[in-house]
Design a protein around this ligand. Sequence first.
Ligand SMILES: [Mg+2]
Length: 239
Amino acid sequence: MNTDNGGGGGSAGDGDRDPAGGVNRVDTLDIATARAWIHAVALAVTARRDELTELDAAIGDADHGANLQRGFAAVEAVIGGPGYAPETVGQLLTKVGMTLISSVGGASGPLYGSAFRAIGRSLTTPEADGDQLSVALHAGLDAVRALGAAAAGDKTMVDALTPAVAAFDETVTAGGDLRAASRAAADAAEAGARATTPLQARKGRASYLGERSIGHQDPGATSTALIFAALAETLEHHG
Ligand SMILES: [Mg+2]
């Protein structure tokens, strides 16, 4: 864990020193840090576009990398502009969701867009603490499940999102800060994504392949893990 105060920029919300462990806690997500997270997602999607495309080529239609890159480029154009000044983290993340829905075709735009929109709508205060984020992440998961009608084990993004939300929740409940919770969520999402490889797809385009979908990691679960990794890395490097 990074214990550097980073010059006290405060972009990762509260940077109070925990008297128990001397660890620099991050207990709220503020707008600047949420923007940095989304920027990190955009960079990661670009860096890993070909990998996501190859995963989707194996069991889908090879557009996942390009779709996400286009979507987050559109998001960056909207939220990075000088005229965009959200008043809450929730407004920012709702805008991310609406932009993804309107700019990305296929299934991933509506699914990721609905998740970010549900997360955003759940967050109504300027900054969000761990409990609020936990509730918001559950709302995001519910939105994805409702839209995709997928359950855990169907070889979809739900297989990464479900354990990530659970790990975030458990870490916050145990008193962990946002760095710890997001790292736990990222690790759980990564493990969940890897665990999709031996599964047979039961939802989405990959399900048409039947048993031939076995042996390939799900692209949506992979990009879900990427999004949580970007949150963890942003919180580790900011503040
Ligand atoms: Mg596709």
